[in-house]
Design a protein around this ligand. Structure first.
Ligand SMILES: [Mg+2]
Length: 225
């Protein structure tokens, strides 16, 4: 089988405020700037915070003060320092390789999180069959083109593939649409009203398995789902 893994809040946890939200709040940008900020953060290739800050300033035609720059740089650094492995992520990788599955990554990511991913899981990186990252491809989930890239890169057949991810909209719906089996990892506590809405999003698909931890994911895969 080909198993695709998301990274943020599937394998690694971090500060609750997402990068676009944090940057929006530092710069006092309006609510509707979120999508464009997400595009700059996740779908542009910035390996230094300064180039990301320049891109934001240019798009929104704003002056960013030194204090605001420092705050964004501090946040960039914290996205490396405060990011941690979620329970059972290492065991999941080991288990999947032991079972002989081909393992792939598909993730909306920015550079500091990417660095951390490479460090935390360094023993598994050379064994990965393919890696698809939003900031490298210039596209972000749930873009069907990003998933198409991942499928082409991996040579996987969606009908013989499994996705493990935490996001109903970004991971589960697009993969279920492609005909993949999906393990929906509810890694963060959500208020009931939000969870109900998310369940409604995925309700029309079969082959979606909700789990509360990654151990259950591996058990499901061992059992052949
Ligand atoms: Mg995620």
């Amino acid at each position: 089988m080909d198993v695709f893994l998301d990274i943020g809040f599937t394998l690694l946890g971090g500060p609750n405020l997402s990068p676009p939200k944090k940057i929006r709040s530092v710069l006092n940008l309006p609510e509707n700037s979120y999508d464009r900020l997400s595009e700059i953060v996740f779908a542009e290739n910035h390996s230094k915070p300064e180039s990301l800050i320049d891109s934001v300033a240019k798009f929104f035609e704003i002056e960013i003060s030194n204090g605001q720059k420092d705050e964004i740089i501090k946040f960039w650094d914290s996205q490396y320092e405060d990011v941690y492995e979620l329970d059972y992520a290492t065991e999941l990788f080991s288990g999947l390789f032991e079972l002989g599955h081909r393992v792939h990554i598909i993730s909306n990511l920015w550079f500091p999180f990417y660095r951390k991913f490479n460090e935390v899981f360094k023993e598994f990186i050379p064994k990965l069959s393919s890696q698809t990252f939003s900031f490298m491809d210039g596209l972000r989930k749930p873009s069907s083109k990003l998933y198409q890239n991942a499928m082409e890169r991996s040579g996987a057949d969606p009908g013989n593939s499994i996705m493990i991810g935490d996001s109903a909209g970004n991971d589960i719906v697009p993969c279920a649409t492609l005909g993949m089996k999906c393990i929906w990892y509810l890694s963060r506590d959500l208020p009931d009203s939000k969870l109900t809405k998310k369940r409604a999003l995925v309700a029309s698909f079969c082959d979606i398995y909700e789990v509360k931890n990654l151990k259950e994911s591996l058990e499901l895969i061992k059992k052949g789902l």
